[in-house]
Design a protein around this ligand. Structure first.
Ligand code: RUQ
Ligand code: CUA
Length: 657
């Protein structure tokens, strides 16, 4: 089929989504299946589900099988609900070489692993626009660290990890001129000047601290997705690539010219050897590395200036290309590490590659020449086999650990179950509609927990009550414990769900942090008791050392602030009990509220814009007298002689002059 035909077919199929709605419309209740997703009030869910928010820049936490939303974790986007990116303490988390970047596009979530099994320590997320990788701590469910990636643009094939979380890996989606090269070149010089980079971020075993260990410089193509080898293929990483045509315009057509693009196999153990042998070169780069400290409750941002780069062209045997049909998207490795599944967005088959065959092909040099200096392994020499006629537009595959794979089909709106050994299709289930990613708990690890499968759908037209031009996207939950997939629930999601991961609740729930110890709070502006609360003027800066406890702030009357002052409210929540955050807001603040966890200190910067009385109040319903948790700030004209004063509990005092 030529490309025009494929595109026409795609248009016809996606246009027909509404008209060819399956008869039963996936009505789970009709078959009594909905019972399986029912979690009675007061009962716990079996799994945590970490779902990417796509263009919301956040990650959301759902329970499975209920589909209940528990938390939205702010990662790459400011979140006024939690004050993330608005409080002085969290602002540095969003610092980049471009300055403060309050938004990004989070596509993939990946849980940390030990020995190829999900270990419940951290979950990683990628920023697709201004390339970054974030690590979220699964005790506090907060973003702990964000590292920016130089030489990259559109960090899509990320943040996938190796089986002991040695590395988080990221590949550039857009090739661009390197950061240390002159970037002021005609776009038409793509082939000469644009380069691709993949990044290996090291992760410290105990602390999770990340560092950009090295990058590999590659031809200027687009990297799409990736997954690490595991078991026998531990030490390798696999990336799907498109636009091997190196087109710089109308990629819809121009990057679909070739029948096959590539899966790239990277031998990262070999790369480590080259580094030991001093074969890397240090390259100037400018990127931010941001960390949140749970004792100071404060983030710091450090600018880095150098990165170690390995050249894939001259350092032979780090990288190999394997032809893969029709603009590959998903690149998934089965639990044994032997089978690598490539999914061509425009393909009508699924190629399955064999790690053993790839190794022998490399040994015997079964190459089809080179692509820009990188050997291209012969398709047949690497291929284990093809799944024939599985559906249209395969995107992503997860595994059940029982020898089966489940692949999503965007164009034909379905999940298809097939056997990895004999490549036979076993079952198919419709999705509503146009599924992208899917998730089985542990489904990309060595030990999947094959009870449920969740499909993440791009389109929900006619599925829910309408909400104007924008409709929610959705997740659909299937019971896959039997031979047939059974849909048991569907639920709306926040933003656009791309990849998601799930983990048994037992692994996390006991470790969940309940509050921060006030004794350990080493925030520069902490106030450890009401008696220490105060207001201090330093030139035109006014620092309010404030405490909150059910149900008052100390102080709650503040005077002596003048126009031209910059006021910092440093609020320490003195509570030492689970689930008692206090909020803080002041009228006219142009940023957000603060939501302060028990034992934590957070700071709101406020520049009064007029003379008058400004109420403050707690934004989180914390007790029966929450509504009484309020106070007043007086702002006087510039040059006023009203002195700084502050109090709590002094009512009807003599008026100030
Ligand atoms: S993508 S729907 Cu992961 Cu951004 Cu495939
Ligand atoms: Cu504190 Cu409401």
């Amino acid at each position: 089929m030529n490309i025009t035909k494929v595109l026409l077919l795609l248009a016809a199929v996606s246009g027909g989504v509404l008209s060819c709605k399956p008869k039963n419309a996936g009505d789970a209740s009709a078959s009594g299946n909905a019972q399986k997703a029912y979690v009675a009030p007061g009962k716990y869910d079996e799994f945590y589900n970490f779902v990417s928010g796509g263009f919301s820049g956040q990650m959301s936490v759902y329970g499975l099988p209920s589909g209940r939303l528990f938390r939205v974790i702010p990662v790459f986007s400011v979140d006024p609900e939690k004050g993330y990116g608005y409080s002085e303490e969290t602002k540095p988390m969003l610092n980049t070489s471009h300055g403060f970047v309050p938004w990004d596009d989070l596509h993939h979530t990946e849980l940390s692993q030990t020995n190829g099994e999900v270990d419940g320590k951290w979950v990683f997320g990628n920023a697709n626009n201004t390339p970054r990788v974030a690590r979220i701590d699964l005790k506090s469910f907060k973003t702990s660290e964000i590292i920016e990636l130089p030489n990259s643009a559109g960090n899509h094939s990320s943040p996938f990890i190796t089986e002991n979380t040695e590395y988080v890996v990221a590949g550039t989606r857009f090739s661009v001129p390197a950061d240390d090269a002159n970037g002021d070149v005609p776009i038409s010089t793509y082939k000469q000047n644009f380069k691709g980079y993949v990044s290996f971020i090291s992760v410290k075993k105990e602390t999770g601290d990340m560092d950009l260990a090295f990058q590999i410089e590659l031809p200027g193509i687009n990297f799409d997705l990736s997954h690490a080898g595991k078991g026998k293929s531990h030490g390798w990483f696999f990336f799907s690539c498109y636009n091997t045509e190196q087109a710089n315009s109308l990629l819809e057509v121009n990057a679909s010219q070739k029948d096959k693009d590539f899966i790239m196999a990277v031998n990262w153990k070999k790369a480590e050897e080259y580094i030991k042998a001093g074969k890397g070169r240090k390259v100037k780069a400018n990127y931010a590395h941001n960390k949140y400290n749970e004792k100071t409750h404060t983030a710091t941002s450090e600018m880095k200036s150098e990165v170690l780069v390995l050249d894939a062209k001259s350092l032979k045997d780090i990288c190999y290309f394997i032809p893969c049909p029709k603009s590959p998207h998903g690149c998934d490795v089965d639990p044994t590490g032997e089978y690598i599944v490539g999914s061509g967005k425009l393909a009508a088959l699924i190629p399955v590659f064999s790690f053993d065959k790839i190794q022998s092909a490399i040994q015997s040099k079964a190459f089809d020449g080179e692509y820009d200096g990188i050997p291209v392994i012969k398709y047949d020499a690497a291929l284990y086999g093809e799944v024939k006629k599985p559906g249209l537009g395969p995107l992503h595959t997860e595994f059940d650990g029982k020898g089966n794979a489940y692949t999503t089909f965007f164009v034909s709106s379905e999940v298809v179950k097939w056997n990895i050994k004999d490549l036979k299709v076993l079952d198919r289930a419709p999705t509503f509609y146009s599924v992208g990613h899917l998730c089985i708990p542990g489904g990309d690890s060595k030990k999947p927990n094959a009870k449920y499968l969740i499909a993440y759908n791009k389109i929900t037209k006619d599925r829910y009550i309408p909400t104007g031009p924008e409709l929610t996207q959705s997740a659909q939950l299937y019971d896959i414990s039997g031979d047939k997939m059974e849909m048991i629930l569907d639920f709306p999601t926040i933003g656009e769900p791309h990849y998601a991961q799930a983990v048994s609740a037992d692994l996390l729930k006991e470790k969940s942090l309940k509050f921060y110890k006030i004794d350990e709070n080493s925030n520069k502006y902490v106030t450890k008791g009401e008696k220490e609360s105060k207001v201090v003027r330093q030139g035109n800066e006014v620092h309010v050392y404030m405490t909150s406890i059910r149900s008052h702030f100390s102080p709650d009357n503040i005077e002596g602030i003048k126009m031209g002052d910059v006021v910092y409210f440093h609020v320490t929540n003195l509570e030492q009990d689970w689930d008692v955050p206090h909020g803080f807001a002041v009228k006219g603040a142009v940023n957000a509220e603060l939501l302060i966890m028990p034992g934590e200190t957070q700071t709101l910067k406020w520049v009064p814009d007029r003379v008058g009385i400004f109420p403050i109040y707690c934004t989180d319903f914390c007790s029966a007298l929450h509504q009484e948790m309020q106070g007043y700030v007086r702002v006087s004209p510039k040059g006023s002689s009203v002195p700084i004063s502050f109090s709590l509990g002094k009512t009807n005092a003599v008026a100030n002059k």
